[in-house]
Design a protein around this ligand. Structure first.
Ligand code: NAG
Ligand code: NAG
Ligand code: NAG
Length: 385
């Protein structure tokens, strides 16, 4: 206490003495003038010498090195944190080439030096709003460490999810998409790339705005996490809508016997996601020769992955869709369709980890917005959550 009071008192005294000196005799200011003159001359000589040495001995390198040595003082120290903690906002400033390059980086050391809880990335490919959002909110509730969400919508669409929503700030930088064109695959790759930025995302599910979950989160998570295979639909279909869409000039990268077809709505693991976004071998062929009416989104990933990693594929999708009504588009389920009968009907015959099962589907489409209310009301009965 005392010393603090004392020192501030000294400062006050110093101020007083400066004021007094200013009005004192001339010899002192002459001395000061001489001192400044000497200082100026020394400074001039020094700068002349240093200019000379820089010009003739290239000493500017020394200056540069000295500068670069100082830089780390002004930057944040390197840490793992920035790489492993995902950003709460899915938006970023990277363009596609920067994003795809960044998300193709794969660690070579297999053991993580931190606790990594593998998550499912739910990737919504939508035009604009997500009419089924309240049902998804209910589905996700209580499983916060096990999922992440990404939305690709029309670039003009302005999302308006409230801050409390799981969809808040989950829109990624997006571009226009045309049905059945390469821009559709580009959007899917863009979603995968964004989801790959989060090192904890291990499985990647593509969904549309008309999709709903058919089971509760725990069952869905377990089903995907315990599967030996990724759920990419891939089959060889003779006839005009299968092999008929193959173009001879896609050879030798893709032979006719390697041509596959499958549902656009897939689930892939991290390895396959990286393979998809870093592919430069098959992409040009599909872009050039799979043109309408080829529907590239039904062929590119199934064909490419069937050639590269057939042993990793279940060759089926887990997203149910009803083609029984015929026509070019599948059936849409509305309010009147939301009955116990519908969900009993959604079963099939398939294999899970090489065992036959009737539990083939985790998601279903297409549901119209007016189906939301009866689904929400009866979700515990029909969907188990
Ligand atoms: C992304 O930005 C980089 C650097 O400005 C540029 O070289 C590259 O062509 C851009 N890529 C795209 C797809 O716009
Ligand atoms: C999927 O199909 C490929 C051939 O394209 C095959 O090698 C693979 O074993 C199939 N997967 C399963 C789970 O049967
Ligand atoms: C098909 C069905 O069971 N619908 C039910 C959904 O929930 C509402 C409200 O609880 C019931 O009135 C419906 O019968």
């Amino acid at each position: 206490m005392q010393s603090r009071v004392g020192s501030s008192g000294n400062l006050e005294e110093g101020k007083d003495s400066v004021v007094r000196n200013a009005s004192q005799s001339k010899p002192l200011s002459l001395k000061l003038f001489m001192f400044l003159l000497v200082f100026l001359v020394v400074g001039f000589v020094f700068s002349a010498v240093s200019m000379y040495t820089i010009r003739y001995f290239g000493l500017h390198n020394v200056v540069q090195i000295a500068q670069s040595r100082f830089q780390p003082c002004f930057q944040r120290p390197v840490s793992l944190e920035g790489l492993i903690s995902p950003s709460s906002n899915a938006w970023h400033g990277m363009n596609d080439s920067e994003l795809f390059w960044r998300s193709s980086l794969v660690p070579k050391v297999k053991n993580y030096p931190f606790k990594r809880t593998p998550k499912i990335a739910f990737m919504f490919l939508a035009r604009g709003p997500l009419p089924m959002a309240p049902l998804w909110e209910k589905f996700f509730k209580g499983n916060e460490d096990l999922y992440s969400i990404y939305i690709h919508s029309l670039p003009s669409y302005k999302p308006d999810f409230p801050q409390s929503s799981v969809f808040y700030e989950r829109n990624i930088p997006s571009q226009a998409v045309e049905w059945g064109r390469m821009s559709m695959c580009d959007a899917e790759r863009r979603l995968l790339s964004n989801a790959l930025l989060d090192i904890s995302n291990e499985w990647f599910v593509l969904l549309s705005e008309s999709c709903i979950p058919l089971l509760n989160f725990k069952i869905v998570y377990h089903y995907i996490a315990k599967s030996r295979y990724s759920f990419m639909g891939a089959f060889d279909e003779p006839g005009p809508f299968g092999r008929g869409r193959y173009h001879d000039r896609m050879s030798p990268e893709v032979k006719k016997s390697q041509w596959r077809k499958g549902s656009q709505w897939f689930e892939v693991n991290r390895k396959l996601a990286v393979d998809i976004i870093s592919d430069a071998h098959y992409y040009p062929k599909f872009e050039k020769f799979c043109r309408p009416a080829c529907y590239v989104d039904e062929h590119y990933f199934p064909t490419m992955l069937s050639i590269e990693s057939p042993q990793l594929l279940a060759n089926r999708t887990t997203t149910y869709v009803d083609w029984s009504r015929g026509g070019a588009h599948p059936a849409t389920f509305g309010k009147a369709d939301i009955t116990e009968h519908l969900f009993k009907r959604i079963s099939g015959r398939c294999t899970y980890n090489d065992q036959p099962t009737t539990h083939c589907f985790l998601f279903a489409r297409k549901f119209s917005p007016n189906a939301l209310a009866p689904l929400l009301e009866n979700s515990s009965k029909f969907l188990g959550f």
